[in-house]
Design a protein around this ligand. Sequence first.
Ligand SMILES: Cc1cc2nc3c(=O)[nH]c(=O)nc-3n(C[C@H](O)[C@H](O)[C@H](O)COP(=O)(O)OP(=O)(O)OC[C@H]3O[C@@H](n4cnc5c(N)ncnc54)[C@H](O)[C@@H]3O)c2cc1C
Length: 389
Amino acid sequence: MKIYDGIIIGAGAAGMAAAITAKQENPNFDLAILEKMDRPGLKVAAAGNGRCNITNKNCPDYLSTLKFLQSVGIMTRDDGNGWIYPYNEEAKSVVAALVEKIRSQGSEIFCGNRVKSVEIIENHRDSGWRHNKAGDSAVFQIDTDNGTKYFARRVVLSTGGKSGPKLGTTGDGFVIARNLGHTVNTLVPSLTTVETYEDTAYIAGVRAKASVTLLFKGIPVAAEEGEIQFTEDGISGICIYNLTRYMTGLPLESYSLEVDFFPGIWNIEEVIEEREALMGRNALLLTMLKKPLRKLIMDQTGGDVKEITKLIKKFPLKVKNLGGWRKAQVTRGGVDLHEISHDTMESTLIKNLFIVGEVLDYDGPCGGFNLNHAWQTGIKAGRAMAENF
Ligand SMILES: Cc1cc2nc3c(=O)[nH]c(=O)nc-3n(C[C@H](O)[C@H](O)[C@H](O)COP(=O)(O)OP(=O)(O)OC[C@H]3O[C@@H](n4cnc5c(N)ncnc54)[C@H](O)[C@@H]3O)c2cc1C
C-alpha cells in the first residue's frame, strides 16, 4: 500500500497552486491530486467569461500571486483598472500552464476520482511506514466513489464551493470538513443574478453602462457602477453580482434596485428638454438608450419629460429572487476561518489537514479577488505542507 507524503483533493485554482508550491518548496515531496471531473481546472477555464480575471492590484498580496504565476510561466497584464488577466486573455491556457507545470514537477493528477470521505487512521511505528521529520504518525485514508483508496500523511482539501455545480463544485468539501469536526458557516450563493418582479423579457439582452443602487426597505445601502444586462427574468452584470453580496440573511422582498442610466449627468431633464425641442418627442431618446429600452420608457411615460427623467435616473426593480448556485460565481459561508491557521491554512483541529480556496468562509467581490484568495491559500498550504518533511 502506497502512502503519499501529500494528497490534494480537487484540481482547481487552490489545489493546483498548493501542488506546484509544495514541489517548489521540496522537490522530493511525493504528492498526487485527486480530481472528480475528467479534466482539471474546469472552473478556472470558465472564469471571467473565458478570459480569467486572475488577480487584482487591490489585493494586498497580489504581488505574491504574480510571483507565483510567473514561476509557472503565466504572463499577465493589467486592464488599466487594476484587474489582471493572462496576457492572451485565454483562461484555458492558464489551466494548461498549471497542468504542464504540475506534470513537469513529477506529480500526478488522477481525474475521475470523486473523494467521498477522509478519515484519520492511526499509524504504528513498527509497521514500516515512513515518519516525517516532524514525527507525525497519523495517516489519512481517502476514499473515492470508484472504490479506490488513497493514503497520505498530509491532506489539502481544495474542493471549491457550491457555485457553478456543472463545473464540478457541488459542495463535497463542506461535507468532508464537517465530518472531520469543522464548523461550516451557512452557505449562500453570492455574485449572482437578480430575478425581479418586473417583467424584463421585452428588454432581455439589452446592455447598458449604469449606476445601480441597492435599497433595503427603501433606504440606499450600497451602489455600484458598471455594465448591466437585462435578462428574461431580471438583471445581471458585474455591478449586480457585487450588490448580491449585501443581500444575504434578510428577506429578499425588503430589497429593491434603482438603475441610473446616466450616472454623473445631473441636468438630464434639461438635456431631454433640449432634445425634445431639437428632435421632436418621438425621437428624443435616440442614441441615449438601446431600442427596446427606449420604447419601454416612452410607453411607460407617454413621452412626458419629467416622467422620463424620473424613470431613466431611478429605473425601479423589485427583487424577487437571486440566481442561485447555477448562476453564482462564489459561495458565501464555508469552513469557519477561526479553525484555520492563517499563515499555513492548516486546520487548528486536525494536524496536517489544510483547507484552502472556496471551501473556506471567504468571498470577495468581482475583479479577481476570489481567484487571488484561491492562489494565496493554496500557496500557503503547499509551502507549509512540504516544508520540514
Ligand atoms: C462562471 C464563473 C466565473 C468566475 N470568474 C472569476 C474571475 O474571473 N475571477 C475570479 O477571481 N473569480 C472568478 N470566479 C470564482 C473563482 O473561479 C473561484 O472562486 C475559484 O476557482 C475557487 O478556487 P478553488 O480552488 O477553491 O475551487 P475550484 O477552482 O472550483 O476547484 C475545485 C476543484 O475541486 C474538484 N472537486 C470538487 N469536489 C471534489 C471531490 N469530492 N473530489 C475530488 N475533486 C473534487 C472540482 O471538480 C474542481 O476542479 C468565477 C466563478 C464562476 C463560477
